[in-house]
Design a protein around this ligand. Sequence first.
Ligand code: NAD
Length: 493
Amino acid sequence: MGLETLANFIDGAFCPPVGGAYFETDDPFTAEAWGLIPRSGAEDVDRAVAAARRAFREGAWPAMTPGQRGAALHRIAEAIAENAEELARIEVRDNGKTYKEMLAQVKRIPDWYRFFGGLADKITGAVLPSDKPGHMNYLTREPLGVIAMVTPWNSPLMLLAWKLAPALAAGNTAVVKPSEFTSASALRFAELVAATGLPSGVLNVVTGLGSEAGAALVGHRDVAKVAFTGGVGGGCSVYSAAAVGLKPVSLELGGKSPNIVFEDADLEMAARGVVAGIFGSGGQSCVAGSRLLVQRGIHDRLVARIVELTGKIRLGDPMSPDTDIGPVATRPQFERIMTCIGWAKEDGAAVATGGSQVPDPSGGRALFVAPTIFTGVRNDMRIAQEEVFGPVLCVIPFDDEAEAVAIANDTRFGLGAGLWTRDVARVHRVAARLEAGTVWVNTYKITSHLSPFGGYKASGLGREGGMEMIGGYLQTKSVWLNLTDEVAYGFPL
Ligand code: NAD
């Protein structure tokens, strides 16, 4: 069967890459290529940024009232809701996550566009008290311009929404560079958005490799801000490139999140939360609870129960409603997971379950890794310090609260942390001391468009979500008016 050829979406139309280069994209479950993705370069990026810049400065978009912009975001929300099944299927074909997970995720995305659409006409300025007689000073809040949005493969449309919804609500325009592994959903999304009547050039999608299209976009002189989600390595490169151009950035990066279980916790609840926290999405989640910190007195009981629950996880066809974990999304990711498993074994951790590749249960060539639990892990081992981004949990015992907090914080990351206890005072003590952007208590992995999300330390810069975050896509202008007939504060000052 021939491969489908995809095209960039620039200025309201699909167009082939200027250089005519493409790369293949695979379905992780069939392990076969299904499409050709434009391998865009600097010229494609230039065209997209120029279109976004024009749309920012001229035509229908800047002429809209904030209320009309908000209505445009509501139409985008409706388009996603109406096409949720199709968009979820596209995501599954590209990243191999289960259809039930991706459908649930896509169905939540409209919330972001509705919420930020609702804020579009609530962006206000201020009139300040003036210390200059006869003069008035007021503030307006203005959009920044063209926003570069660079996204990863694990939750492509969701993580795009976290950037695009506030950016558009504030009046910016966007050029999106999706992951090279999951380009199709952003392109189909752009087409659906265009059909809602969003003016051409407001949303552009340029596909390609991070080191090519991604780097060209982030370094482009007409990009006003970079919003990036991805790994620490990519994040560092993006931060450096943005610094050269003096561009503000938001970075949503990786994690090595601790899930801390105290002896007084409801053990059954904790066991289920720990298993879902690491093995949901096959561990391919930035907030995966990849370190289980367990108080020594309940160590063996809790480990036995999570091993038992892990044994019930069903691997298989991501489209099947019976499947809990689909295949690993990409071969490089599979190799990364196997390398990390190798480190754990070399460093002396014990395999409680898993620890190896498993054959594709459907008899195909898809890459599956057994949900893996290592015990006897010390926090200074590589498996406890490096993000795996796969189904690998390491179990680290602790004696008391102080030690739990010390181990939890002893990592360069600081994205999420889970806490399982029935002691209310302990909840507040420990939550306050954890170096993490989000702390979950007796639950795990809950996020909302109403609540800011982001990382401490190497897990990122800035937050996404919540009312204030629209401020990340605005700048403040101070306007002084002389209300007299004299230039009292002119030159010399
Ligand atoms: P990645 O860093 O390899 O790629 C992310 C995106 O950045 C891709 O579009 C890629 O092409 C692009 N890119 C890479 N290098 C670039 C460069 N130098 N210049 C410009 N663009 C560049 O990440 P990934 O493998 O796609 O995703 C997995 C990572 O993302 C994990 O570390 C995970 O924890 C993280 N993540 C974080 C969050 C969060 O909200 N904190 C959410 C999801 C994933």
